[in-house]
Write a protein that binds this ligand. Sequence first.
Ligand SMILES: *[C@@H]1O[C@H](CO)[C@@H](O)[C@H](O)[C@H]1NC(C)=O
Ligand SMILES: *[C@@H]1O[C@H](CO)[C@@H](O)[C@H](O)[C@H]1NC(C)=O
Ligand SMILES: *[C@@H]1O[C@H](CO)[C@@H](O)[C@H](O)[C@H]1NC(C)=O
Ligand SMILES: *[C@@H]1O[C@H](CO)[C@@H](O)[C@H](O)[C@H]1NC(C)=O
Ligand SMILES: *[C@@H]1O[C@H](CO)[C@@H](O)[C@H](O)[C@H]1NC(C)=O
Ligand SMILES: *[C@@H]1O[C@H](CO)[C@@H](O)[C@H](O)[C@H]1NC(C)=O
Length: 656
Amino acid sequence: MVRLLLQAAVLGALLPAGLGARNGPQRTFGIDYDKNYFLKDRKPFRYISGSIHYSRVPRYYWKDRLLKMKMAGLDAIQTYVPWNYHEFKPGVYNFFNDRDIEYFLQLANEIGLLVILRAGPYICAEWDMGGLPAWLLEKESIVLRSSDSDYLAAVGRWMGVLLPRMKPYLYQNGGPIIMVQVENEYGSYFACDYDYLRYLQKLFHHHLGDEVVLFTTDGASKSFLRCGTLQGLFATVDFPPGSNVTAAFLSQRSSEPTGPLVNSEFYTGWLDHWGHPHSVVSTEKIAKTLNEILAQGANVNLYMFLGGTNFAYWNGANMPYASQPTSYDYDAPLSEAGDLTGKYFALREVIGRYKPLPEGPVPPTTPKYAYGQVAMEKLGTVAELLSDLSPSEPIRSTYPLTFVQLKQYFGFVLYRTTLPKNYSEPTPLRSPLNGVHDRAYVSVDGVAQGVLERGKSYVINITGKAGTNLDVLVENMGRVNYGRYNNDFKGLVSNLSLGQVTLVDWKIYPLDIDSVVGRGLNSRGEESKTAASNPSRYAAPAFYIGRFSIPSGIPDLPQDTYIKFPGWTKGQIWINGFNLGRYWPVRGPQVTLFVPSNILVSSALNNITVLELEQSPCDIQKCAIEFVDKPEINATLQYESNSQKLFTKDLWLDPL
Ligand SMILES: *[C@@H]1O[C@H](CO)[C@@H](O)[C@H](O)[C@H]1NC(C)=O
Ligand SMILES: *[C@@H]1O[C@H](CO)[C@@H](O)[C@H](O)[C@H]1NC(C)=O
Ligand SMILES: *[C@@H]1O[C@H](CO)[C@@H](O)[C@H](O)[C@H]1NC(C)=O
Ligand SMILES: *[C@@H]1O[C@H](CO)[C@@H](O)[C@H](O)[C@H]1NC(C)=O
Ligand SMILES: *[C@@H]1O[C@H](CO)[C@@H](O)[C@H](O)[C@H]1NC(C)=O
Ligand SMILES: *[C@@H]1O[C@H](CO)[C@@H](O)[C@H](O)[C@H]1NC(C)=O
């Protein structure tokens, strides 16, 4: 007795605030296979859940967003854990600030939301490489998401860090987590490796205990469920609005003849790609199917309830290569900025037909402020600032190396060689094997020549003198997050040729732009050469800076805002060192970027840094960016033909 009490006291002291032993009977969560429902504290339970990814919302706003989800009548939230967001380099873990998942779980618990944890290791999620760390590719032949021994070893180490942190947050331990997902839509992947699923099952139970409810999610058809499910892992399905709900759940029944019906991803909207129209799904259609799901007594997770933002470089891509934009608004009930929408209230009304909605006001939409134009000035080109951006000696290599070989996983790398002879006539610079991953900005002697782009542009003409620098700045636009092309190497992944010769003897400069911008990027003091002699639509990639202060005398500033890029083409933007993401208004559909207020300060000037890769307005017209109070993520532009068809759900789910 004494020993037991002591253990409880020690346990209580170790557990995070709000968790731990409680008075009353022991908390339990399980499945009643006879009666087709979950059992929470031994009573029948059905959940209505919504997806929110903590990695796509600044920590500052977690509580606001969770409260809005609670007030919609949700019982639970569902979140993914992106492995690569936490283990940036092998064995180096980050669980601080925006990555503090434990704090996120505590908030959910305090607000009274249960949590369905999708722990990976693979998550898809339109997230870089589906959440898998790029450093796994250091073994080039690795078979991801299989029983490849090196892959399993890395998974084992990661889960040995993540899952013990999650264990105190399990429902039976006083926390909010009722279920833990293993892998993600594994039945859509070519490997179909049951040993891998068995390994994960054992690993998860080892760290989380035997009581935990583990589950899988797959597309609602027998063909997906075949390779995605395993005895002992509860099989759930996903399907979109407009589906035949009865038929979709019958497919779940093919794997789980009894037990609760669950749609783990009921799509409230859909993802976007650069160069394709913004996705919109009608509220009426969603409300109708949601009503049908709930009327069957089924459990549902609305994916997404709030999409949020792909800050920095975190977006993924689909094949044929098309990367996702910075906004992950998803046309969800809560907008990217957490705003209440008509869809929110319509779905709340549907939920209200099945359970009492919580009392009290819904937290209001946060106000947005148009700070107006901010003048920008050119600091210098990437080549001019190279000694700051890449302080070490360049890596010399006969043939180009990939980002992974350079151990730089995100952002930009400059590949430099010299022209072997005079090219006075336009000469084709080619990527014969489509090996520019993903976009290369080419200059000769500081003068822009054009852009090579994966899957789109394999050759440009260049001119230049013998011995001058040929600079190829390569942008990683996000790794493929879905399907068999997950092992997506970046950089120059094959040789470039110029005329008839293969280019050799590269000097490779990994660019540590984020650290440099964080410290404050300074002008080199030299006059920046402008490429006035070249009338092309391109200029050499360059940095621009601007400063602005938050107006005084107006209450409640700073507030959230959106940035617009009048006359700018494509690039990356930071405010006060925070990497807001990519902008590409000429390609669209996203035109403005969301700026959360927490990165702005009133006490000092706010610093904007822009890396423009193609053409800034600065040589031609007024050179500014502009803060506006309305988002624009649905611009109508000249899209590629067939773009509407390319990413329908069926095609996307099909393991091509
Ligand atoms: C929906 O699917 C069920 C089961 O397959 C079928 O009986 C029913 O006719 C379908 N309903 C519609 C409207 O197609
Ligand atoms: C390249 O052309 C310049 C004149 O533009 C000439 O001086 C030089 O000798 C040439 N170099 C080679 C390697 O042909
Ligand atoms: C390159 O220049 C040649 C000769 O001027 C021209 O025929 C060809 O179309 C050009 N190619 C590109 C990709 O601009
Ligand atoms: C470039 O070509 C050389 C010679 O054919 C080859 O050995 C090398 O692997 C190629 N490099 C890349 C990155 O494709
Ligand atoms: C912006 O840069 C200026 C000058 O380097 C500095 O004084 C100021 O503190 C910076 N602002 C922030 C918010 O970091
Ligand atoms: C873009 O979205 C706004 C706000 O929802 C809407 O008013 C506008 O009509 C949309 N534009 C296009 C081209 O769809």
